[in-house]
Design a protein around this ligand. Structure first.
Ligand SMILES: NC(=O)c1ccc[n+]([C@@H]2O[C@H](COP(=O)([O-])OP(=O)(O)OC[C@H]3O[C@@H](n4cnc5c(N)ncnc54)[C@H](OP(=O)(O)O)[C@@H]3O)[C@@H](O)[C@H]2O)c1
Length: 249
């Protein structure tokens, strides 16, 4: 039986990915900052482990508990939408610590296991914003673009060892907790200087146009991750969702 570990399973894409693999007979290690066993159906094939991707001790404990893996999905991430001037050095670091260094360090911790087995697949969940420059998201986009570049090189480095590296670029999915989590994190941020006000208003209008639609559904991301893990011929980089596919052309 194959084993997959997923980061950030308390909500959104991570939770749906865990449900999907569980329903298809995989052993699932669903990790969360605050484990909640009520989120997933009871199963002998399910383990829920604590994992904060910004905490080296937490990563080491998860590696020790999880045992050998066939697949690792780096899904945990946080959003940020503000002019750069309203982004403190602490916020900048928090975003990169989670989205970028968190992903890198989780991979570093599990790599020896994959290398020892000469097999495995690593899937990094980035974002389709990396395909289209937009205002108000320079820091978030940079944190994910670094994951893209890292993944491209890592794929080449690990392929000779029998390990596949895959990238999934979801589009905008208002159905997850991503937006509300980002707003909660940003509530402590300083106000943007007033000079930005008209610009922010027009940028947000653009973002919110058609926001009652759901351009990317969690199941789009689930299907892309499923293909990335189970189909050895899946393309290295998969946009997920209507909007992401349109951007990728
Ligand atoms: N929704 C979108 O529009 C969208 C678009 C493109 C890409 N993405 C990316 O897709 C991924 C999943 O996002 P989502 O939409 O499913 O959002 P979500 O519902 O907010 O889920 C994010 C998950 O990441 C976890 N997380 C945050 N910081 C963490 C940390 N330090 N350690 C471990 N887990 C942590 C959250 O856990 P807590 O409950 O503990 O906070 C939550 O489980 C993210 O990488 C995001 O950047 C989202």
């Amino acid at each position: 039986m194959k084993t997959i570990l997923i980061t950030g399973c308390s909500s959104g894409f991570g939770l749906e990915i865990a449900r999907h693999f569980l329903a298809r007979g995989w052993q699932v290690v669903a990790t969360m900052r605050t484990p909640d066993p009520t989120l997933l159906p009871e199963s002998e094939r399910l383990r829920i482990l604590p994992l904060d991707v910004t905490d080296p001790a937490s990563i080491a404990a998860a590696v020790a508990e999880a045992g050998p893996l066939d697949a690792l999905v780096n899904n945990a991430g946080i959003g940020w939408m503000a002019p750069f001037e309203a982004t403190t050095p602490e916020s900048l670091r928090q975003i990169f610590e989670t989205n970028t260094f968190g992903t890198f360090e989780v991979i570093r911790a599990f790599l020896p296991g994959f290398r020892a087995r000469g097999a495995g697949v690593i899937v990094n969940v980035s974002s389709s914003v990396t395909l289209l420059p937009l205002p108000l998201v320079p820091v978030y986009t940079a944190s994910k673009a670094a994951v893209n570049a890292f993944s491209e090189c890592l794929a080449l480095e690990l392929a000779p060892l029998g390990i596949r590296t895959q990238l999934v670029l979801p589009g905008r999915a208002p159905g997850t907790r991503f937006g509300s989590n980002a707003r909660a994190i940003m509530s402590d941020a300083p106000q943007a200087p007033a000079d930005y006000a008209p610009f922010i208003a027009s940028a947000l209008e653009g973002f919110n146009a058609g926001s009652d639609e759901e351009p990317t559904r969690p199941e789009d991301v689930v299907q892309a991750v499923w293909r990335a893990v189970t189909d050895e011929d899946s393309p290295f980089c998969q946009p997920a969702g209507r909007d992401a596919e349109a951007l990728a052309g």
